[in-house]
Design a protein around this ligand. Structure first.
Ligand SMILES: [Zn+2]
Length: 78
């Protein structure tokens, strides 16, 4: 006898069997979503490391500019 259930996350029909390691979900993906692993998903977004590299390059350029006008910047700060 096979029990049919719907995945609580995506409502996809599936068989409830002990061989399904993700039950009551249809897949590992739905299981992770239910556990609230959004942070883990965010780390997989392509382009994030590239954006970080670009940002750090801009910060390096900005600090070079600060060094060029350092006396003025110091006066402003004190
Ligand atoms: Zn599902």
């Amino acid at each position: 006898m096979t029990l049919k259930v719907n995945c609580p996350m995506c409502q996809k029909a599936m068989e409830w069997t002990t061989s399904n390691p993700h039950r009551p979900f249809c897949s590992d993906r739905c299981k992770l979503i239910d556990l609230g692993c959004w942070a883990a998903e965010e780390h997989k977004i392509p382009g994030s490391p590239v954006y970080a590299d670009t940002l750090s390059e801009q910060l390096d350029e900005a600090s070079d500019d600060l060094n060029n006008v350092h006396p003025l910047f110091s006066d402003h700060h004190q």
